[in-house]
Each structure stands twice: as C-alpha cells, then as structure tokens.
Design a protein around this ligand. Structure first.
Ligand code: IVH
Length: 251
C-alpha cells in the first residue's frame, strides 16, 4: 500500500473549502451528509514509517522513500522502546501500521547537550535528529538516541475485521500496544475543525513533541473509501499548517 502525502490548507477559508468539497463530493455520489465527523490529530514533525507485523511479530519497518519504495530500517526501529516488537495473541495475522518516528523535545535537548560535551556537531531540530538517528548504519547508534513513535493508521489488516472509523482504528491500535497520541479528538463539521486547530495551537509550546500543523481526517472509513484519492493525496484528509514559529537571535 503506497505511503501518500497530504494536501495543505493555510487558512480558515481553505479549511471551510475542504469541508464543502468533501460534502459536495459525497452528495454527488448520492450520500446525504449534514455535518461530517472528523478526527483531528497533530501533524507530527518527524518521519513517516510503515511497520509490518506477521503473526504478531514485527518483521519489517520502512521509511516512506518515494511512497512506493523506502529504506529498510527494521533493525533501527527495533531499538525504539515504545514500539511493540510483539503484539498480544489477539492481534491479527497480518498488520501494517503507519505512524511517525520523532524525537521528543526534552530528548532532543539532552542529545544536543551530550553532542556538545563530546565536541560533536549539534542537530538543528528534533526532526533532523530523528532522521539522522533512524538512518544510522549501526543500530547500536540508534539505540543510544531516544526516539519515540506514534501510530496514526492501519494500512493492511488480515485475519480480523477492519474497524469502521478512524477513531476506532486508533483505539484498536492502542489495545494492541501501539503508542497513540492523546491529543486526537473527534469533532463535527468545519466549526469543530477550526476550534480544534486553535486549541492545539494554544497547547503547542507545552506539548512534548514538535508539530507543524494538524491533520483533519474524515472519521468514517466507508466515506473515506467513497472519497478516494487524487494522484498522491487522499481526498478525505488534509493538513492545516501553523504559521512558522519566529524567534529573535543575536547574529
Ligand atoms: S496521515 C494518507 N497523520 O505527514 C494520509 N500523516 O504529508 C497519510 N504526518 O508523510 C498520512 N502526522 O509523515 C498522517 N497524524 C498524521 C501525521 C502525518 C504527520 C506526516 C507523515 C506523512 C506526511 C504527509
């Protein structure tokens, strides 16, 4: 299953247009919708990975690459403490999970302090540090960096029934032992999206990880299927970016 990208919106007007576009597309297909339910979750500033579990065992982990073919980073992913290597017996026979590898702000600060103490180069931001750590040729090096993982979707499932909504999929993933972000919320319509966008923006500085926006996803999988994809982006989801953070420095 290809790893896709997301279209971006940058304003409330574009957000409203997204909601109208989704409703209109569904209406054209004969699906009457009054107010749509969406899931809103942080757009983590890390690296997308795909994890394949066979009979409950992690057998392969890959980066996104060009969306079809990524790098095999299985050994490095195995060193991430919060990432389950083995799922409970209730897990399906085949499961492909999508999520984001990132470095928490405090782990990034600690890493840079250690790099300085060792006389080594510091990293520009947590995303660069996470990318550098995941792409290490020696997994012992990755193990020394504290990476984190959040699951945000199921790409393939065999031997069990697929949940009906994104929210249920996240709950199911949590039951199988995957870390799920606690700031995911379900909201109604464009007004709900806008409220969640502002609420998460206010929390942004106090969150333990960096995010560059939020992602809106149509909650109902049957509706997602009706909406389908454009070339590389789903029609049922969009990223709403926050303005770049500004700070003063002495040059
Ligand atoms: S869903 C088909 N959810 O955004 C939808 N992506 O531009 C696939 N990302 O490469 C992605 N947080 O690395 C999704 N909560 C989230 C995300 C998220 C960050 C990244 C992901 C992907 C990129 C898409």
């Amino acid at each position: 299953v290809p790893m896709l990208s997301l279209n971006n919106v940058f304003s409330q007007t574009e957000l409203d247009a997204f909601d109208v576009r989704v409703s209109t597309l569904l209406q054209k297909q004969g699906i009457a919708v009054s107010t749509l339910t969406y899931c809103v979750e942080p757009k983590f500033d890390g690296l997308a990975v795909s994890l394949l579990y066979q009979n409950g065992v992690l057998v392969q982990g890959a980066t996104r690459g060009d969306g079809q073919r990524g790098e095999d980073v299985t050994e490095n992913l195995r060193t991430i403490r919060s990432l389950p290597l083995r799922l409970p017996p209730t897990a399906p026979t085949l499961l492909e999970v999508r999520g984001e590898v990132l470095m928490l702000k405090h782990d990034f600060a600690r890493l840079n302090t250690e790099q300085l103490a060792r006389g080594q180069k510091t990293f520009i931001n947590p995303r660069n540090a996470a990318a550098g750590s995941l792409r290490q040729l020696d997994s012992k090096m990755t193990a020394q960096r504290r990476l984190s993982f959040f699951a945000y979707g199921i790409a393939r499932l065999e031997g069990d029934t697929m949940p009906e909504t994104h929210e249920q999929a996240l709950q199911q993933l949590r039951q199988w032992g995957f870390p799920i972000c606690e700031h995911v919320q379900c909201v109604q319509g464009a007004a709900g999206l806008w409220q969640a966008y502002q609420q998460i923006e206010q929390q942004r500085d106090s969150l333990p990880y960096e995010l560059d926006g939020v992602v809106y996803k149509v909650n109902d999988f049957a509706l997602q299927q009706q909406l389908g994809f454009r070339t590389r982006e789903p029609r049922w989801a969009v990223a709403h970016k926050y303005p770049a953070q500004e700070a003063l420095t002495v040059v």
